[in-house]
Design a protein around this ligand. Structure first.
Ligand code: ADP
Ligand code: MG
Length: 727
């Protein structure tokens, strides 16, 4: 492993790495001391706001009651004083446009006082509403370019916070982002609408079960984030990583992940140091990060928080991604959130754990120890089953992106077929319901481990399943197809809306069957559950989701298998999807259609940039390296011949052939790019998917073969081996 100058420099930088940041000391400041210090939380508000105003704000946050705009001036003043005491000079409305990224527009608190001086000012109006120029954010036809107006609207239910910078801090205010016609241009607006719908329908169901004291029901979410960390020196030496977030070339290294020695392995020192700082920064922002570990691929890791209400979890998840990226740089590392930065080893996903609940009835997807007797749980669980079956193309569409396509369906991540893993216990209960009535629940029992010094362990009633895209994991569902770099907002909007739809269906059926007579409830529940499981049980699959047999079986069951984003995205605007979004006031037809257009456009843009990179790197990086080696071989050949030796030209022949193939395939890719014109974004996306991506792979094939032949000291790009194993 020697390499060209830039590779050698990168390797030297990695091996000589010394921490540049002062060590953290958790003995002096424990995590509980820093947790939430930069959050304008309920307790801070309680301290700083007049009683009546605090009560009003708290009611909006905790019960979902209408925001009283007249509180804004007082809240803004309190927020400003708090922020200035923490060194803030500016405030920023934070929003999540449809790029999937986090956007922020900063404004200074400073205002001239008219007498040559200045004061620090922050009005209620500035808190409630911002007006960023929206013309450079995707709108999918909702707004033409000359209509630049966009508004941000304060989300009081997600707390404001302080973002630190060595040279000052900024007060950040979570907001929704809409066009001047009031249409959603972001992830938050439909998320809040969908949570409201879910609450309303859950309340109906809970009332049927006789509850009278029912707190606001919220969707809950906990997102496990997978990511790679590689040394920045390697990152900057790879135009593909830098510009596309993934390697478009790279031969498979001799050693990959086959030893299974990475998963849960000891975390390298520099990486652990980085994680500790990431966690401390997130603690300050009130993000309850909890677990960390090595993931399956070399240099891959995971971070997961404790779950929170879906809106806050979504905002916090964006902060997790931003913080990972920011802090990694301080440690000379680059955090890769792409779903498939390296071919041949596992990619990264985000496992979205989803449930719903409230403070009075608790987690509504908790089966308890005897689920067959827990009618209420079974109803909520069946509602999810119905929703996932009925709207599986939608669930596939909301995780669709050019990058996630590289991961879904490969044998490492859930397939594109959406099915539900329920586990033995619940599958058995639903089978009994199908047969007439549920009479028992299988139990896990106690495990004895064979050594008296080891404790007896309670055994879960069901095993886990890593191959299922949508798995019940004891008291929640885990949606495992979510992309590692996407906002969890989109998937949550879909889940909330379709579960609300199913709860509406169940509530209506139960209301009609019982007419308010609780004595009739058990039979009505049995009927509705049987009806759902008869119609939608086909979505339940507890076996190996990676197997070929499942693909065939799924087809027989009529479960869609939408392999690519281009197959999936058009489902966003199918009539049943539009209907469910409109019915529950989550997204209008125009809003849904605009989203589909934006995501297709993003797909095209992503593949377009990648294809340009493939051409550029092939011509300016790989081809030159290959012909230098070719020339070296040719010179040796000529020299040897001149002095009467035979030269075995096998290597020269092969290199010459590969160089020709590299040139031809690159030219073919260029042709494929220029030969196509269409005004339909869907046709364009299909072209990128069916023609451009395969043409890119063809170029890669020859380049990767060359990488394994060309003299190492002539190879300019950091190799997989170096990027993944030198830490
Ligand atoms: P595993 O890798 O075993 O699935 P993790 O601890 O990595 O477990 O992640 C599980 C995630 O599920 C955590 O974020 C956890 O807080 C979350 N979770 C637990 N209960 C719920 C719930 N009721 N609703 C949503 N998420 C939940
Ligand atoms: Mg996990």
């Amino acid at each position: 492993m020697s390499g060209s100058t830039s590779r050698l420099q990168a390797i030297a930088a990695v091996t000589n790495y010394k921490p540049t940041t002062p060590a953290l000391n958790f003995a002096d400041t424990s995590p509980s001391d820093v947790f939430g210090v930069n959050v304008f939380s309920l307790s801070v508000m309680k301290e700083r706001l007049p009683k009546e105003i605090f009560k009003s704000v708290k009611a909006t946050i905790e019960t979902g009651s209408k925001l009283d705009p007249s509180v804004a001036d007082v809240v803004a003043a309190a927020m400003k004083d708090w922020a200035i005491a923490k060194g803030a000079t500016h405030y920023a409305h934070i929003f999540h446009p449809l790029t999937g990224l986090t956007a922020e527009k900063h404004d200074s608190f400073l205002a001239p006082d008219g007498a040559g001086g200045a004061i620090m000012e922050f009005s209620g109006k500035a808190l409630i509403q911002g007006e960023p120029d929206a013309s450079s954010f995707p709108s999918g036809g909702i707004r033409v370019t000359f209509e630049a107006r966009g508004y941000t609207a304060w989300d009081v239910t997600s707390p404001a916070y302080i973002l630190e910078n060595p040279n000052g801090t900024t007060l950040c205010i979570p907001t929704a982002f809409v066009s001047w016609t009031g249409e959603a241009l972001d992830k938050k607006t439909p998320l809040l609408r969908s949570m409201q719908a879910l609450n309303k329908q859950s309340q109906r169901v809970l009332k049927i079960f006789g509850h009278r004291d029912i707190a606001m029901v919220t969707a809950t979410a906990g997102a496990e984030q997978e990511y790679f960390l590689i040394d920045r020196n390697f990152f900057f030496a790879r135009p593909d990583l830098l510009n596309a977030g993934r390697t478009l070339f790279g031969a498979k290294p001799p050693k990959g992940q086959e030893f299974e020695d990475q998963y849960f392995g000891a975390i390298p020192e520099r990486v652990l140091a980085c994680m500790l700082e990431v966690e401390r920064e997130l603690y300050k922002l009130g993000v309850p990060v909890k677990t960390r570990h090595n993931e399956v691929a070399p240099s891959q890791y995971e971070i997961a928080p404790i779950f929170e209400n879906a809106n806050i979890a979504t905002d916090h998840q964006q902060l997790v991604m931003l913080t990972l990226k920011r802090v990694a740089n301080k440690y000379g590392l680059e955090c890769l959130l792409h779903e498939k930065p390296f071919a041949g080893v596992n990619g990264s996903g985000k496992h979205l754990n989803f449930s719903l609940g409230n403070s009075t009835q608790g987690n509504l997807l908790d089966p308890g120890s005897t689920p067959h007797q827990n009618m209420q749980f079974l109803v909520f669980c069946a509602a999810v089953i119905r929703a996932v079956h009925k709207f599986s193309p939608l669930l596939r569409a909301v995780v669709a992106s050019a990058s996630n396509d590289h991961r879904l369906g490969a044998n490492e991540a859930p397939p594109a077929i959406i099915s539900i893993f329920l586990g033995d216990q619940l599958t058995d209960v639903f089978e009994q319901i199908k047969g007439g009535a549920a009479k028992s629940s299988k139990t896990g029992g106690i495990m004895h481990l064979g050594a008296d010094t080891l404790p007896p362990l309670p055994k879960d009633a069901g095993d886990r399943n890593r191959t299922s895209p949508f798995a019940f994991t004891g008291n929640r569902f885990e949606y495992r197809a979510v992309a590692s770099n996407q906002s969890i907002g989109g998937p949550l909007v879909a889940l909330n809306a379709i579960v609300a739809d199913s709860l509406d269906y169940v509530a209506t059926a139960l209301e009609q069957a019982t007419g308010g007579d609780s004595a009739k409830l058990p039979q009505a529940v049995q009927n509705v559950l049987k009806d759902i499981i008869d119609k939608h049980g086909a979505v339940i699959f507890n076996g190996d989701g990676y197997s070929e047999a499942w693909h065939q079986e799924a087809e027989k069951r009529g479960l869609p298998n939408l392999k690519t984003s281009v197959d999936a995205l058009p489902y966003l605007s199918k009539p049943d999807v539009v209907e469910v979004f409109e019915k529950f006031g989550v997204l209008s037809k125009r809003e849904v259609e605009s989203r589909e257009a934006i995501y297709l456009e993003q797909y095209c843009k992503a593949v377009n940039v990648e294809s340009l990179l493939v051409i550029e790197m092939s011509k300016t990086v790989i081809f030159p390296a290959a012909i230098r080696y070719q020339s070296e071989l040719a010179v040796t050949c000529a020299n040897l011949k001149a002095v009467g030796y035979q030269f075995d030209t096998n290597t020269l022949d092969k290199v010459t052939e590969l160089v020709k193939n590299l040139q031809d395939s690159t030219a073919a890719l260029e042709n494929a790019r220029s030969a196509f014109h269409s005004h339909s974004v869907l046709d364009e996306a299909k072209h990128y998917c069916n023609t451009i991506l395969p043409a890119m792979l063809e170029v890669r094939k020859y380049a990767d073969e060359l990488e394994l032949m060309v003299a190492d000291d002539l190879w300019p790009l950091p190799t997989y081996q170096e990027m993944l194993f030198i830490k």
